[in-house]
Ligand binder design. Structure first.
Ligand code: AHG
Ligand code: MN
Ligand code: MN
Ligand code: MN
Length: 335
């Protein structure tokens, strides 16, 4: 009993490691923790309540919005607005960035970007979904409304990032730039308990995760890499195992624990890939680098990309260092 460490305790304990040490970030992560519990409760009864299915509208990126997309968006937004640390948010489900109106929010130092419900297509079939978040210090003056520039910062300037996975158990995994730590939710206590301290991804892996249905539309380097994964070379652990859930959070989480690579390259349908730089790729890239892995768009480190628009998409290759190096080599063949 005495060695249970809750997320709240852990954050306070680690707050002095944080470069801008203050209770503010602890309080901000507290808002995320609270919203995650509320969303978790709703997801757990998804089959019982009338909360699955679409709302009959599309988001600004042309995706059909699910009821739980909007529910999660509202809960995270409300939790972040209710405390005094965040001046605004940007979300996959909001057309534009939202600047909070209260003066206490305008006086706040941080902005949050989020994918409130990742893996929407998996809600109705009881498969793991998640929430992804990314936190920056604002660059506009404290006291004024948040501006677009606050949200369009390169990923290496994130002060914290993380995700919640609503899976066979619910976990919150985060980094403030000092390692990656995972907490498992104990529903009977209503607390997240430290279960995975200092997570590190194996340098080599043998799982590859990609929507192979798009094969015909992939760049040649990706096609060659997939064939490499499938070749029979037992001393090299090949053929690798293919695993694809279709929720980035769940695919990423498995690969983080076991070693592997997740790929969402450009395709003919999605020339810039499908995943969003600000809500999906940057936070996952910070986590993977903190865990000893790599994230690239095939040409550049994800965390170095300079965002130009809120809902920007980029090709995304993320995971074990040696696997990312290998796929890059195939992409650069013939350069
Ligand atoms: P979201 O549900 O937040 O829109 O994200 C969906 C993303 C990601 O979670 C997943 O890995 C990917 O879309 C799956 O895309 P495909 O169905 O094209 O494979
Ligand atoms: Mn979506
Ligand atoms: Mn998503
Ligand atoms: Mn989403």
């Amino acid at each position: 009993m005495t060695d249970i460490r809750t997320l709240g305790e852990f954050i306070v304990e680690k707050q002095n490691d944080f470069p801008h040490a203050s209770g503010e970030l602890s309080s901000l992560l507290g808002s995320i923790k609270l919203a995650a519990k509320i969303v978790n409760r709703e997801i757990n009864k998804a089959g019982l309540a009338d909360i699955t299915g679409s709302v009959g509208k599309e988001n600004v990126q042309g995706e059909e919005q699910q009821k739980l997309d909007l529910y999660a968006n509202d809960k995270f937004k409300a939790a972040l607005e209710a405390r005094d640390q965040v001046c605004g948010i940007a979300s996959e489900e909001e057309d534009q960035a939202v600047s909070f109106n209260r003066q206490v929010n305008r006086d706040a130092k941080y902005v949050v970007l989020m994918d409130p419900l990742d893996g929407s297509s998996n809600i109705d079939v009881n498969v793991s979904v998640g929430t992804i978040f990314s936190i920056y210090r604002r660059i506009s003056p404290v006291g004024s409304p948040a501006t677009d520039a606050d949200f369009l910062q390169p990923g290496h300037l994130q002060v914290a990032a993380g995700y919640v996975i609503y899976g066979s158990s619910t976990m919150l995994v985060y980094t403030t730039g000092n390692g990656v730590h995972g907490f498992t939710y104990d529903p009977s206590l209503g607390v997240f308990c430290l279960s995975h301290e200092n997570m590190q991804i194996p340098e080599d892996g043998h799982i590859y995760s990609i929507n192979e249905g798009n094969y015909i539309r992939f760049p040649l380097g990706i096609k060659k890499y997939l064939k490499y994964c499938q070749e029979c070379v037992p001393q090299d652990n090949r053929p690798y195992t293919s695993r694809y859930i279709g929720s980035l959070v769940a695919d990423f989480h498995r690969n983080l624990l076991k070693g592997g690579i997740y790929l969402y390259p450009s395709t003919a349908t999605y020339p810039n890939g499908k995943l969003r730089l600000l809500y999906e790729c940057n936070p996952m890239a910070l986590l993977i680098e903190q865990a000893g892995g790599r994230a690239t768009d095939g040409q550049q480190r994800i965390l170095d990309l300079i965002p130009t628009e809120l809902h920007q998409r980029v090709p995304f290759l993320v995971g074990s260092t040696n696997m990312v190096n290998k796929v890059e080599a195939f992409l650069h063949e013939g350069d």
